[in-house]
Write a protein that binds this ligand. Structure first.
Ligand SMILES: [Cu+2]
Length: 157
């Protein structure tokens, strides 16, 4: 009886405590999947991914065009901190490369611009060759610390 009451109390507490922190923790946990040269991404708009050291949650809000063919790509991404608060005071840049070919693109880095909706836009990344591209996004804070996250897409010519 005591044990059962205790269990029910714990359950009630647990169910009653679905706080913003839990939701945020769940988002970080569910976003931790990664892609690679061996397992490139299937494009999903709005997919969330944690940076390598778990500092940020980066969302690929939209890729224009949808990753499929070689083209100039514009990406919109958002950045959230470990509390899932929107971050709008960081430096975001992308470096597209083809790791299997040992080259990048021109320009080497694409600097993001922040819009009024706190979204970062990476304009005209020139993914000019068929094959697997790694789009590495670096998020650098004002104190100079940085963390990175990558997407991999296998493009057709
Ligand atoms: Cu190449």
């Amino acid at each position: 009886m005591t044990a059962l009451t205790g269990l029910m109390t714990v359950s009630a507490l647990f169910l009653g405590c679905e706080t913003a922190d839990d939701v945020c923790g769940d988002r970080f946990a569910n976003a931790s999947s990664f892609s690679s040269i061996e397992t490139p991404d299937e494009y999903i708009s709005g997919v969330e991914r944690t940076t390598d050291d778990g500092t940020y949650l980066v969302t690929l809000v939209r890729s224009t065009p949808t990753p499929k063919f070689t083209d100039d790509y514009t990406w919109i991404v958002t950045v959230e901190d470990s509390s899932c608060a929107v971050v709008n005071d960081v430096h975001v840049k992308a470096e597209p490369t083809m790791p299997q070919h040992g080259h990048g693109t021109t320009p080497e880095f694409t600097e993001a611009t922040l819009d009024t909706a706190d979204q970062y836009t990476l304009v005209d990344m020139d993914l000019f060759m068929p094959g697997i591209w790694q789009i590495e996004i670096e998020v650098e804070a004002e104190d100079g610390t940085s963390d990175k996250v990558s997407w991999f897409f296998d493009l057709l010519g």
